[in-house]
Design a protein around this ligand. Structure first.
Ligand SMILES: Cc1cc2nc3c(=O)[nH]c(=O)nc-3n(C[C@H](O)[C@H](O)[C@H](O)COP(=O)(O)OP(=O)(O)OC[C@H]3O[C@@H](n4cnc5c(N)ncnc54)[C@H](O)[C@@H]3O)c2cc1C
Length: 489
C-alpha cells in the first residue's frame, strides 16, 4: 500500500505557515537559515542529504502540538529528529525542501528520577548519556546503552526501538518504556504516561508507537524503567579460534553466570585491527591475535566485583580446559573495562574510516547465527569478487552488523552507487532464507524501504499500511520512511 504524497502547496500557504510557526515558536524555535540547518540535513553515516523548509525546535509538548496542528492545516510534512545518530536515514528529509525538520533537542529536561519506584520521566530530547548520569547520581541505572549514547535521544531510541549491548539481559527500548507521551498527526496529545503494571483497557497503544520511526506520532516524553545501580561488574576479553566456539561459550557463560550475564559481543580480528589502526592510543587486550574475540560483561545488583570475578574466572577456566577458548583477560578495573568497550564501540567509525562498505544490521534465530555467518560471508565474497564480509556485534541476541567491504582501490560513493544495492539485496535474501530480519536494530528509515516492501510478509505490510493511513491520513509524519509514499504529483 502506497500512501498519498503530501499535497503540493501554494507559496502563499507556505508563507502563512512559516509566519504562524514563527509566531508560535519564536526565533529560537524556528529558523530557515541554511547555515543553522545545514548540520542536521545529512545523516550520521553521510549517506543521505536532504533539504528542509525550516528547522523547528519546540521547547514543550504544547509547542509540538501547536506546530503539528499548523502542519496538518497547511499540509506540511514533518521529519522528526533527535540526535541524528540513526543509521537508516530516517531523520533526514528528502530533497524536495517541502518538509520541516522537527528537532526535539531543546526538550531535554529530565523531569524526575525516582529510585523508590524505579522510574525516570524524561522529555524526548534527553541524551542517553545524560540519563545514565542522572540515574547514576540517584544510585540507579538505565539499562540500555549503545555506541551513540553521547548523541542518541530518548525520543529517537524509542522511535527506533533501539537495542545496544545489554539487550541480552534487559531487552530493547521497548522493555524500558513504562509510559509514553506523543503528539499525533492531528495535533492531539496522546498521554499514556501513567506506568501501570497491569492495565487491560484494550490495545497497548504505546507499543504501536515504539519502533514506528516517527511515522505515527512525535514522541515528546517517556516514563522509563530504572534498575538499582550494580554492586559488581566484571568485563572479560576472550580470544577464540572460531565463531562456533563463540556460540558454545555463550551457552556455557549463560549457565555459569545466570542473570549476571549482561553482554556477549563478538569482534573478529579484522574489526579489532581496524579499531587499533583508527585509535592510535588503543591497545589489544591479548598478546596474540585470534580469529574471533568475545567481549563478555557480567553485572549484578547483589554480588560485588570479587564474587562476580570468581564466578567468571571459574567459568572461563573451565572453557579454557575444554579447549573452547584460547586465551582470556578479565579487566582489572573500570578503566580497563571501559578500554575494552571502547574497542567494541569504536568498530563502526573505524570500519567507516577504512574504506567503502555496505553495512547491514541483521538478525537470525540466536542459535543459527554462527552458521549463518559461516555460510553468508563466503557466499557474498564469491558473488562480489574482491569484497570482504565481516560480522560483529551482539551474538547473544542473534544480531550482528554484517559489513561487506569494497574491493581494494574502490572509490567511496561510486562503489556503493554501482554495487551497493545488489550487495544488500543478496545479504537480505540470505537473511530472509534463514528466517531472520533485515533490520534488527536500526530500523528501516529511507534506506531499506524498498527491501522491506520486497521481502516482508505482504499481510504484515498491508496491516502496517492500514495503521499508518488511520493515524496519519495526510501522510505528513516522516513520509517515505519505513513505508512507501506515492511519488509527488
Ligand atoms: C556509534 C554508534 C553506535 C550505535 N549503536 C547502536 C546499537 O548498538 N544499537 C542500536 O539500536 N542503535 C545504535 N546506533 C544507532 C542510533 O544511535 C539509534 O538508532 C538511536 O535510537 C537514534 O537516536 P537519535 O536520537 O539519534 O534519533 P535520530 O537519528 O534523530 O532519528 C532516528 C529515527 O527516529 C525518529 N525520531 C527521532 N526522534 C523522534 C521523536 N521524538 N519522535 C518520533 N520520532 C523520532 C526519526 O524521524 C528517525 O526516523 C548507533 C549509532 C552510532 C552513531
Amino acid at each position: 500500500m502506497n500512501h498519498p504524497a503530501p499535497p503540493l502547496r501554494s507559496s502563499a500557504s507556505t508563507e502563512a505557515f512559516l509566519t504562524n510557526a514563527c509566531a508560535l515558536l519564536g526565533d529560537r524555535g524556528l529558523t530557515t537559515d541554511p547555515e543553522r540547518m545545514d548540520t542536521w540535513l545529512t545523516d550520521w553515516r553521510g549517506r543521505y542529504t536532504g533539504r528542509a523548509l525550516a528547522l523547528a525546535s519546540p521547547a514543550s509538548t504544547a509547542e509540538v502540538a501547536g506546530l503539528v496542528t499548523l502542519c496538518a492545516a497547511h499540509g506540511i510534512p514533518i521529519v522528526p529528529q533527535g540526535g541524528n545518530s540513526g543509521m537508516a536515514g530516517g531523520a533526514t528529509p528528502d530533497a524536495s525542501g517541502t518538509a520541516i525538520l522537527l528537532s526535539l533537542r531543546r526538550m531535554n529536561h529530565i523531569r524526575s528520577v525516582d529510585p523508590a519506584s524505579g522510574q525516570a520521566i524524561c522529555e524526548a530530547g534527553v541524551i542517553l548519556q545524560s540519563l545514565h548520569e542522572a540515574a547514576d547520581l540517584a544510585g540507579m541505572r538505565f539499562a540500555l546503552t549503545l555506541g551513540g549514547k553521547g548523541s542518541a535521544t530518548i525520543g529517537g531510541l524509542i522511535a527506533t526501538n533501539a537495542g545496544g549491548t545489554q539487550v541480552l539481559r534487559h531487552g530493547t527500548m521497548r522493555a524500558q518504556v513504562l509510559g509514553l507521551e506523543a503528539v499525533l498527526a492531528s495535533g492531539e496529545v496522546l498521554d499514556l504516561m501513567t506506568p501501570l503494571k497491569k492495565d487491560n483497557r484494550g490495545f497497548d497503544l504505546k507499543q504501536v508507537l515504539i519502533g514506528s520511526e516517527g511515522t505515527l506520532g512525535i514522541v515528546t516524553a517517556a516514563c522509563l524503567r530504572l534498575l538499582p545501580a550494580p554492586i559488581g561488574r566484571v568485563t572479560a576479553w576472550v580470544g577464540l579460534d572460531g565463531i562456533l566456539a563463540a556460540r558454545a561459550l555463550l551457552g556455557q557463560m549463560e549457565r555459569a553466570m545466570g542473570e549476571a550475564l549482561e553482554g556477549f559481543e563478538v569482534v573478529p580480528a579484522h574489526c579489532l585491527e581496524s579499531v587499533l589502526a583508527h585509535q592510535p592510543a588503543a591497545r589489544a587486550p591479548l598478546a596474540r591475535q585470534y580469529e574471533w574475540n568475545a567481549l563478555i560483561e557480567c553485572v549484578s545488583p547483589n554480588s560485588d566485583d570479587a564474587a562476580l570475578r570468581d564466578m567468571l574466572e571459574t567459568g572461563l577456566a573451565a572453557a579454557l580446559e575444554q579447549g573452547l577458548i584460547a586465551d582470556a583477560v578479565i579487566a582489572a578495573n573500570d578503566t580497563q573495562a571501559e578500554a575494552f568497550w571502547a574497542l567494541r564501540d569504536g568498530i563502526s567509525a573505524a570500519e567507516r574510516a577504512r574504506g567503502p562498505a555496505m553495512q547491514h544490521d541483521i538478525s537470525v534465530p540466536v542459535g543459527k547465527m554462527p552458521e549463518f555467518i559461516l555460510a553468508a560471508a563466503p557466499a557474498l565474497e564469491e558473488a562480489f569478487p574482491g569484497t570482504r564480509a565481516v560480522a560483529f556485534g551482539h551474538l547473544g541476541d542473534g544480531n550482528v552488523h554484517f559489513h561487506v567491504l569494497a574491493p581494494a582501490g574502490a572509490v567511496r560513493g561510486a562503489w556503493e552507487e554501482a554495487e551497493g544495492k545488489a550487495v544488500s539485496a543478496r545479504v537480505y535474501d540470505l537473511v530472509t532464507q534463514w528466517g531472520g530480519s533485515i533490520s534488527a536494530e536500526h530500523g528501516i528509515g529511507q534506506m531499506k524501504v524498498d527491501e522491506l516492501a520486497r521481502l516482508h510478509d505482504p499481510v504484515a505490510l498491508a496491516l502496517m499500511g492500514r495503521v499508518k493511513a488511520a493515524l496519519d491520513p495526510q501522510n505528513l509524519l516522516n513520509p517515505g520512511k519505513l513505508l512507501h509514499s506515492e511519488p509527488r504529483r
